[in-house]
Design a protein around this ligand. Structure first.
Ligand code: BEZ
Length: 392
């Protein structure tokens, strides 16, 4: 039997009963379900993603691709156990047209599943879970951020290029930590070096003493790391306090120091990280974006704000091509795939599996900024392994 989507059935039933005309003909606003962490260790990340997305809408007089937008906010608490029920609320109770979410790689899987099964477009403005743009890729799923593999791969390459031969990866024990460890391992390997150890701490725990106690005995020349938000603040402080930095430098995916340099203070000074964004990127779009973001929020922009803004730009590209109809799946996806997104990070396009192809910058924390000091990997695409989608 031909698969009929829930939305097609709802529309069919309503039309049969003579209850409605197509929403777009009535000029109904597009409902975007914004599922992000607004509490817990990733709360600041969720707030900046939301603010970046809202900034783009405000710059376009409340519209995207010519269609008015209504936002429904839902706090997912970065809790994978609550994710299926949260997604269901948005799709079944609130009947959203588009999903935007989320930060945590475990939570995003419920959104990916809903997008695939219910054929609702999903824009991922952070979570790097590689499956979303590898085995579970879909015409309905688009990422404006990164795969967990990308920034860490860049860091591994940069370390190897500096002559480091052996390094360890320290991280939270969940998909983002482990997959970024794989990127780090691959980057080191491609540069002729080796990742010898993977040390983990349960998410979102911040008792790092047991792993810190092991590091000096590992025989490594550097430690790479994935932590973000509140956990990154604590890890960087604890690493500095342990005295390890004098002999075994700390580096990582850029989330380690992104948006958290103020609370990290002197403990972060000199830490090198790799990310698809950095402070001082000198392009006109970035300068304008940072000014507008600061004026709107009184906060400095960071990668999370950029990813929210760019999710809005991608959605706008799809809506412009379909005259506001996000359910016109083929034309909507084709337009986003063909778009060149004029991002504050530098313009990017999507790979065939819908993940940004982007430069990974090498940065160093200096005087409260993640200053770009070089390129870790130019125009880097995630391998997209296992993606079976027409054109991928
Ligand atoms: C993740 O879970 O994918 C993630 C969370 C915070 C920063 C980067 C990645």
């Amino acid at each position: 039997m031909r698969h009929v989507s829930r939305r097609a059935m709802l529309a069919g039933a309503a039309l049969t009963a003579g209850l409605c005309r197509p929403a777009i003909a009535q000029g109904a606003p597009l409902k975007v379900g914004m599922m992000l962490p607004f509490s817990g260790t990733y709360a600041a990340l969720g707030e900046n993603i939301a603010a970046g997305f809202e900034l783009l809408i405000a710059e376009n007089d409340g519209k995207l691709g010519g269609r008015a937008v209504t936002l429904i906010r839902l706090d997912d608490e970065s809790d994978p156990a609550k994710a299926p029920a949260n997604v269901n609320r948005l799709t079944e109770r609130d009947n959203v047209d588009v999903l935007l979410g989320t930060v945590h790689s475990g939570v995003v899987m419920a959104l990916v599943q809903a997008a695939r099964e219910k054929e609702i477009p999903l824009f991922i403005p952070n979570a790097g879970n590689v499956a979303a743009t590898r085995d579970l890729c879909s015409p309905h799923v688009f990422r404006s951020s990164f795969s967990n593999w990308q920034p860490a791969y860049g860091m591994g390459r940069a370390l190897a290029a500096r002559g480091v031969k052996k390094a360890a990866w320290v991280t939270w024990d969940y998909a983002a930590g482990k997959e970024s460890g794989e990127g780090f391992r691959d980057g080191l390997r491609d540069g002729g070096a080796e990742m010898t150890h993977l040390l983990t701490v349960p998410f979102p725990e911040t008792n790092f003493q047991p792993v810190l106690a092991q590091i000096s005995g590992l025989g490594v020349e550097a430690v790479g790391s994935f932590f973000a938000g509140g956990g990154a603040i604590q890890f960087v402080k604890d690493y500095a306090a342990s005295g390890l930095r004098a002999t075994i430098p700390l580096c990582g995916s850029g989330f380690l120091t992104e948006g958290v340099l103020k609370p990290q203070g002197a403990a972060a000074e000199g830490i090198q990280t790799a990310l698809h964004y950095g402070d001082g990127l000198d392009n006109a779009k970035n300068v304008a974006f940072r000014t507008a973001f600061k004026a709107k929020t009184t906060r400095d922009a960071d990668v999370y704000a950029v990813q929210g803004y760019d999710a809005g730009q991608m959605l706008a590209a799809g809506l412009t091509a379909t005259k506001g109809d996000a359910a016109a799946a083929m034309a909507f996806a084709a337009a986003i795939r063909a778009a060149r997104i004029d991002s504050p990070r530098g313009a990017f396009t999507l790979s065939a599996s819908h993940n940004p192809i982007q430069t990974i910058w090498l940065r160093e924390a200096r005087d409260g900024q993640n200053k770009v000091i070089g390129i870790a990997a130019k125009d880097l695409a995630d391998p997209g392994t296992g993606c079976k989608m027409a054109g991928a």
